[in-house]
Write a protein that binds this ligand. Structure first.
Ligand code: NAP
Ligand code: ZN
Length: 352
């Protein structure tokens, strides 16, 4: 295979530049696709800046991307050349452990476990992600992107979509549920739309007022800004489920537990680096739970894409060129993106 052009960074300062990477020929059961659009998730930033431990540089991140199948390897049955395809956070798992057999490939218990899209392969070699013109993947870790989803806007569903869909479904959100989405960034703005499409009464809890009109456009019934005095106190006993997508430090977790109704659950998907401490009485009084959630399995990801196509759930994206990735990272950390950056790979140069 000829090398393809990608954007990568050389250290934790995350200065992105074009580089050539080797992409393998699709082998047995694999497809190669031309990547068209790749979303930038806040997790890419945590990873590329070394906030989750050491990484191998140069690093080509990207774990929510879509494109068109250009080659199929031997034995491929579910994709053909020309199909729309998407890839999310994982590209392999053992397929035979109890978790894989239950469609939770993200929690594969075998060694080496889940193969993440751009960490290291089973032999420990660094792999590359979606900020690239091309990608080879096992067909059973590739998703079919419904024709009715706007191709240029749907890439973020492969991470932001499944990460919010999975816990909302797991906790059986539906008509009558009172759901709060805490933090309306890349994940949160998709979560609002999904919770609304599931039939819930949806609140957005944001750290300021600036996103209120957008929140209502995404389907929120209520909007609260924690910058305003006494807001959290006024929400005591309000929600069945709070989905927290915030990665900033210093949230008042005890205050949010108090904002749950009895038997309510606070589900965290955001990943601040510091541990948090919580008084146990915040759980005992009202029989409440504090839970986590991590993306979702492959079958559930396909279900989510089909659900979004059916219900008109679509990320609001800002399209950028390869050369704008470096600035985009700072903008995301400063909460200036509305609401997800998507890289248009047709802007990449022909050579590095
Ligand atoms: P994002 O676009 O940066 O959104 C985070 C949101 O946090 C912001 O939009 C902002 O919303 C809110 N926020 C609250 N306090 C803030 C403050 N002081 N400064 C800046 N923002 C503040 O990030 P994302 O891509 O949605 O990802 C969110 C988190 O989820 C990250 O930690 C990411 O690593 C993690 N993640 C987890 C999974 C999983 O499987 N568990 C998957 C993907 C991502 P408001 O303005 O509304 O307050
Ligand atoms: Zn992500």
């Amino acid at each position: 295979m000829p090398n393809v052009i990608a954007y990568g960074c050389d250290d934790a300062t995350t200065q992105f530049h074009p580089l050539e990477i080797d992409i393998r020929e699709p082998g047995e059961g694999e497809i190669y696709f031309d990547v068209a659009y790749a979303g930038i998730c806040h997790s890419d930033i945590h990873a590329a800046r070394g906030e989750w431990g050491p990484v191998s540089y140069p690093l080509v991140p990207g774990h929510e991307f879509v494109g068109t199948v250009a080659k199929v390897g031997p034995g491929v049955t579910t994709f053909k050349v020309g199909d729309r395809v998407g890839v999310g956070c994982m590209v392999g798992s053992c397929g035979t452990c109890e978790m894989c057999e239950s469609d939770y490939e993200q929690w594969c218990t075998s060694t080496p476990g889940t193969l993440w899209t751009y960490r290291a392969d089973a032999e420990g070699n660094p792999t590359t992600g979606g900020y690239s013109r091309g990608f080879t993947v096992r067909e059973d870790f590739a998703l079919h992107v419904p024709e009715s989803l706007d191709f240029s806007a749907c890439a973020p569903l492969l991470c932001a979509g499944i990460t919010t869909y999975s816990p909302l479904k797991h906790y059986q959100v539906g008509p009558g549920s009172r759901v709060a989405i805490l933090g309306m960034g890349g994940l949160g703005h998709v979560g609002v739309q999904i919770a609304k499409a599931m039939g819930a009464d949806v609140s957005v809890i944001s750290h300021g007022r600036s996103k209120e009109a957008d929140a209502r456009r995404f389907g929120a019934d209520h909007f609260y800004a924690t910058s305003e005095e006494g807001v959290l106190e006024s929400l005591r006993g309000s929600f069945d489920l709070i989905l927290c997508t915030v990665s900033a430090e210093g949230l008042d977790y005890a205050g949010y537990m108090a904002a749950l109704r009895p038997y309510g659950v606070f589900v965290d998907v955001g990943l601040p680096s510091e541990p948090v401490s919580l008084p146990l009485r915040a759980f005992v009084n009202g029989g409440k739970s504090f839970a986590g959630s991590q993306i979702g399995g492959i079958a559930e990801t396909q279900e989510m894409l089909d659900f979004c196509a059916e219900h008109g759930v679509i990320p609001q994206v800002e399209m950028i060129t390869g050369d704008e990735i470096t600035q985009a990272y700072d903008n995301i950390v400063d909460s200036r993106v509305r609401y997800r950056y998507v890289i248009d790979t047709s802007t990449f140069p022909a050579t590095a």
